[in-house]
Design a binder for this molecule. Structure first.
Ligand SMILES: Nc1ncnc2c1ncn2[C@@H]1O[C@H](COP(=O)(O)OP(=O)(O)O)[C@@H](O)[C@H]1O
Ligand SMILES: [Mg+2]
Length: 229
């Protein structure tokens, strides 16, 4: 039996606009085993990004519990949340979120700088290794606007990997790419999964579900049961 990486129970989140609260996630339960490739499908507005932000410790939930490797996430103060996120989780976004003014190497280096404690030599070593894994060794001194969309997404995957996290979270990673380039990105995520990373993707790309060890559907803030549309 694989170990449980993270376990969520009764997760609830509302956004407040003025005096009204709009519920977006309604008492979700989610269990992610180590080494799995979880795909969460759902239409635009179903709450996918909100859920990913909760799992990735980018935002706080209102109710429920969240344990990651047994650690009670709700009990962490802001500093601990940040260092926990930096150490355990890598992010991949639809629009890549690369910094245009920085080179590929400098973009990938960012999580190592946040982490602190690494010498420049060690950082460069890790950056090279991470870019090499994604087949981008020859792009190390380029700038994001000199790369194709697929290459930019691979740079962002290198950046997600550079701290050697256990979990990769990807928010619509193929959303800004054509079908063929999107497939290459899916293949890269699958390779990482084969190497032992747990991967959780949210998407409305039906193609992704073929690769999942578990596929869940989110609709209006709840997971649908099998067979429900
Ligand atoms: N920061 C926010 N403030 C208020 N409402 C938000 C905010 N972020 C998202 N929402 C609303 O929450 C719902 C779910 O959004 P989101 O999680 O982005 O869905 P998805 O990623 O599936 O498209 C939408 O109705 C959206 O308008
Ligand atoms: Mg979204």
């Amino acid at each position: 039996m694989p170990q449980i990486l993270l376990k969520i129970k009764g997760l609830t989140k509302s956004y407040r606009l003025g005096k009204r609260a709009y519920p977006v996630l309604k008492s979700l339960d989610l269990c992610v085993p180590e080494g799995s490739f979880v795909v969460i499908m759902g239409k635009s507005g179903s709450g996918k990004t909100t859920l990913l932000n909760m799992i990735g410790l980018l935002d706080r939930f209102d109710e429920g519990s969240y344990h990651y490797q047994g650690v009670d996430i709700a009990g962490l103060d802001e500093n601990r949340r940040c260092s926990f996120r930096n150490e355990h989780i890598g992010f991949v976004f639809q629009q890549f979120h690369l910094i245009e003014a920085l080179s590929v190497a400098q973009n990938v280096e960012i999580p190592l700088i946040y982490h602190g404690g690494y010498s420049y030599r060690r950082r460069l070593e890790r950056v090279k290794q991470s870019l090499d894994e994604l087949g981008l060794a020859d792009k190390i001194n380029n700038y994001p606007n000199e790369l194709s969309g697929g290459e930019q997404q691979r740079v962002s995957i290198s950046r997600a990997l550079v701290n050697n996290p256990d979990l990769i979270l990807a928010d619509e990673p193929t959303g800004a790419l054509d079908t063929e380039t999107g497939r290459q990105v899916i293949t890269q995520l699958m390779n990482l999964n084969k190497q032992g990373k747990t991967v959780l993707v949210v998407t409305h790309d039906e193609e992704m579900k073929r690769y999942a060890t578990e596929c869940l559907r989110l609709k209006d803030g709840v997971f649908l049961k099998e067979g429900e549309a």
